[in-house]
Design a protein around this ligand. Structure first.
Ligand SMILES: Cc1cc2nc3c(=O)[nH]c(=O)nc-3n(C[C@H](O)[C@H](O)[C@H](O)COP(=O)(O)OP(=O)(O)OC[C@H]3O[C@@H](n4cnc5c(N)ncnc54)[C@H](O)[C@@H]3O)c2cc1C
Length: 189
């Protein structure tokens, strides 16, 4: 659908033997593999959330430029209050996502939160950029649906952010389970 700048291919692992030296986490039997994988995923989530903020800002810029120059009834569409509402919501989503990413990155770096904040940042920023992309296409009208417009590609690119590095539902599960503790797994507290 999108993100054609990043190639995707199937990888088949068939009758592969992996030497102990290549074990994720390093130490067999100590159980560091899962923790290492989770730490890498949490780091990746902050990274993906930041990507979402960058794309959201570009979408806002494209939207504002278009609303300033596109005219209907002899006046720029940016003068219509309903178009202003779409722009205001996208600016607000972008500001909120940026603040959350910065907070999550701070918490990751100082080690105070490597579970909830990365998941929340990835969850919010990826959902937000989806909304921003949708509004960008809307403000562009029919032109926004055509291959020639930048926002058409961004709309397709943005869709994957809610799916990779853990879907939005998986982020919800991580966030809720972390705050609920044992009760979140259905076990006795
Ligand atoms: C082009 C492309 C590139 C990708 N690159 C990466 C990458 O670099 N890194 C990466 O991590 N991923 C990447 N992914 C995503 C990854 O390949 C999976 O698609 C993703 O992890 C979701 O798994 P799945 O497709 O098997 O969906 P499924 O796990 O089958 O999920 C299907 C639906 O069920 C929901 N679901 C599944 N389990 C639960 C649960 N326990 N609770 C609630 N809901 C649940 C999901 O949210 C989703 O809505 C990429 C995907 C694509 C298409």
């Amino acid at each position: 659908m999108g993100q054609f700048g990043a190639w995707t291919a199937d990888v088949n692992l068939d009758a592969i033997r992996v030497p102990a030296a290549a074990l994720v986490g390093g130490d067999a039997g100590v159980g560091r593999g899962h923790a290492t994988a989770m730490r890498c995923l949490a780091h990746g989530r902050v990274h993906i959330a930041a990507l979402c903020v960058g794309l959201a800002q570009r979408l806002v810029d494209e939207t504002v430029d278009y609303a300033r120059t596109r005219k209907q009834g002899g006046r720029p569409i940016g003068g219509f209050q309903l178009v202003q509402g779409l722009i205001a919501d996208s600016v607000t989503d972008t500001l909120a996502a940026r603040s959350l990413v910065l907070e999550a990155a701070r918490a990751y770096d100082d080690g105070s939160d490597r579970r909830v904040a990365p998941a929340a940042a990835k969850y919010f920023a990826s959902e937000a950029v989806g909304r921003v992309a949708d509004r960008a296409v809307q403000v562009h009208g029919g032109a926004g649906y055509m291959r020639e417009s930048a926002v058409e590609r961004f709309y397709r690119d943005a869709r994957l952010f809610r799916i990779y590095e853990g879907t939005s539902q998986i982020q919800q599960v991580i966030i809720a389970r972390e705050v609920l503790g044992p009760a979140g797994t259905g076990k006795q507290a």
